[in-house]
Design a protein around this ligand. Sequence first.
Ligand SMILES: [Zn+2]
Length: 304
Amino acid sequence: MKKLLKSQKGSTLVIFGLSAVVLFGFVALVADIGMMTLHRAKLSNAVDAAALAGAQELIYNAENAPGRAAEYFRENGYADSPIDVAIDEDQTAIRVTASHEVNFGLARVLGFSSENVQATVKGKVLPVIAVNSGTRPFAIQDQELEFGAQYTLKRGGGNGSGGNYGGIALGGNGAKIYLNNIVEGYNERLMVGDYVQTEPGNMSGPTQDGVNQLINQCTHTPRCTFDHFEPDCPRVITVIIVDTLDVNGRSTVQITGFASFFLEGGVGSGNKSEVTGRFIKTVASGEVSDTQNDYGLYGVRLME
Ligand SMILES: [Zn+2]
């Protein structure tokens, strides 16, 4: 009897020992699968950041795009992992593919040592169809824009049409709101197809005041010029493109697009209350569309 008890006790121990190994192995596997999921998400974020940065660089200087993408990937914690960057022939899209070897922890006891996680994404540059905020209260009429050329964003006294000089009333009318929209930008979203009201009158005082304030907000050293400016400079402004400005008094016009300009100084008063800017290609925060006309203002869409 004693002998029998002893042997049963022994098999219980053996069974317990076996199930502990199975259980431990199972827990190890679950833990490592969880860890792999985290690694996959982290790699995917880094690849997204790389594609966004690379795609934005396509707009400014396509040659630098692969380098910029790789730089963002490394800065997101993958200094030693392989990355592949491919640019589309028309230089409007960038594909970033990367992998990273993850060493298993506990699952090593089951014979799994490491696994490669992979991520790939395409960043496509598309024209902006909606701008989230920051639009300035100036409008130009729908036209073909030439990179680097100078455009009048607000006409001087006497050069208006039907009392309109290019000013737009955003979020209300009057000099105070107009001035604030020049300095701070309109803080609501605007979209192609939206109707906006013109802000008639020369508005000489607030125009001069607002533009001067905006230009003084550039704290870059050296001070930005059209030939050399930082993309985040306050002098880089987004204005509205409308179907027509040939309207009488306070009128409703329709947004057909958005374009960005490097704001030039020297705004005078009275007849010389003219705002000019040089047309630039840049990036905006907003919604993009593959059917929108290209007015040089872009965003990036990430796709598989
Ligand atoms: Zn600046």
